[in-house]
Design a protein around this ligand. Structure first.
Ligand code: PLP
Length: 443
């Protein structure tokens, strides 16, 4: 009976959250959310798709910079990204290699091709991080009118976004920044700066990931001079639900107030206690964004470390082949986060409980050169990974999480790709686009 509810009950009664959403199982942010707030557009309330009163007033409070108009999104950052891409009238867009799968989905839906920007790999996380401008041939950008940049990456790594925005603006290209993981940027000294301060044309932030908002609550900030602003509004209405949730809207409003009034003293104190405790067991890597930590231990795979923590009911954001990513709570005065339970659980965790020697090096395996997203059409065939070598892939192959394509639809599958994908599968990491070890290729 009620399998979802039963399992949620079981987990939320004991799980300790070091993952999104930012309310960490309702322990951060003192959200005032009642079932009775789940309302519709009755007189006295507002119509999200034609906001004139309370929603319009609340959206005005969202402003982070006077050059922008901000709007709530009730279907996540995904719909913000899709709406911008649908609004692009030209036929070419430039994207970083680590754009979220929703960007590739948006390109497909809009029938857009994309130039894949040469994207650098971080020496810290071994994940895509920034842009290699030295490898861009400006001729490749001649038809491009929009660049889609991921900032920060999933692992909390930043790069010089100011220079990146200036580079594209100098080429007459507008910039959409997917700041899904940066809704809390600028919250206090010591946190990274949002791209909104550097003139990005469109910035989309998943409030639900790092601030105490309900899942699906996001915000889009549109520059007053951005060329697509009217089209985007239209597509936001087309692509989002016609029954927007007041629960999500109210949580977004409260999350924004939390953001504006945040005092980080508690955060820094608890973060350093946590790092100290973890350091007895594993290596802790501090990322550019202080809200993210990566833990690793020589000779252990990320998935093995993750399962070990789960035995103590500590749930983390994701495991890669060799690391585990933690998303910390924005601790505050009066929060209900089970800090003592977390520290005790870490103390009880013994890494030597699991066999060593199962870490798989994933270094230098990601392609960094420029490329094209141009899905090919033709007869499709389902084949094993190995049989697929040399063929164009019909679907992107996406380790999930984080949901960043490892092979993009329309790319030719190489032996190198297959070696890494087999390692992912061997470690129990899910690959979207692959079913029972098989993929779809185009003949
Ligand atoms: C970089 C990035 N962009 C966009 C998204 C989609 O965001 P949302 O879940 O708010 O739709 C994600 C989700 O994980 C993401 O990691």
């Amino acid at each position: 009976m009620n399998p979802i509810t039963t399992q949620l009950n079981y987990y939320t009664s004991r799980a300790i959250s070091l993952h999104v959403p930012g309310h960490h199982n309702g322990t951060i942010g003192n959200l005032d959310i009642k079932l009775s707030y789940d309302m519709t557009e009755i007189t006295g309330l507002d119509d999200y798709h034609h906001a004139e009163t309370i929603i319009a007033d609340s959206e005005r409070l969202l402003t982070r910079h006077s050059d922008y108009q901000s709007r709530y999104l009730v279907n996540g950052t995904t719909t913000g990204l899709l709406s911008v891409l649908q609004s692009v009238k030209s036929s070419s867009v430039a994207v970083m290699r680590n754009v979220h799968k929703s960007v590739f989905n948006g390109l497909t839906m809009a029938g857009l091709k994309a130039y894949i920007l040469p994207t650098t790999v971080s020496t810290v996380s071994q994940q895509y991080a920034g842009i290699d401008f030295s490898m861009i041939n400006k001729k490749d950008l001649e038809e491009v009118t929009l660049a889609v940049l991921t900032y920060p990456n999933y692992f909390g790594e930043t790069y010089d976004i100011k220079t990146a925005i200036e580079f594209f603006h100098d080429c007459d290209i507008e910039v959409l920044v997917d700041e899904a993981h940066g809704a809390h940027f600028d919250i206090a000294a010591g946190f990274p700066v949002s791209s909104i301060h550097y003139g990005a044309d469109y910035v989309v932030q998943s409030y639900h990931k790092t601030l105490p908002a309900l899942t699906m609550g996001s915000v889009i900030h549109i520059h007053h001079q951005a060329s697509l602003k009217n089209n985007i509004r239209r597509y936001l209405s087309i692509l989002q639900t016609s029954s927007p949730s007041y629960l999500v809207l109210s949580s977004l409003e409260q999350a924004h107030a939390f953001y504006v009034n945040y005092d980080a003293a508690n955060f820094w104190q608890k973060r350093s206690i946590l790092i100290q405790q973890l350091s007895h067991q594993v290596d802790v890597v501090e990322m550019d964004d202080p809200l993210k930590l990566m833990i690793r231990k020589d000779s252990y795979s990320g998935t093995a470390l993750q399962s070990l923590l789960e035995k103590q009911f500590i749930y983390t954001e994701l495991a890669t082949l060799s690391e585990v990513l933690l998303v910390l709570p924005l601790w505050h005065e009066g929060d209900h986060f089970p800090m003592d339970r977390l520290l005790t659980a870490i103390k009880k965790t013994d890494v030597t409980d699991i066999p060593a020697n199962n870490m798989i090096q994933a270094k230098n395996t990601l392609p960094t050169s420029p490329g094209y997203f141009n899905p090919v059409e033709g007869e499709e065939r389902i084949v094993s990974l190995v049989e697929g070598i040399g063929y164009y892939t019909a679907q992107s192959l996406i380790p999930y999480p984080p949901g960043i394509p490892f092979v993009v639809a329309g790319e030719r599958l190489t032996e190198g790709h297959v070696t890494v994908l087999q390692k992912y599968v061997g470690q129990g990491i899910r690959i979207h686009g692959m079913i029972d070890g098989k993929i779809t290729i185009v003949e």
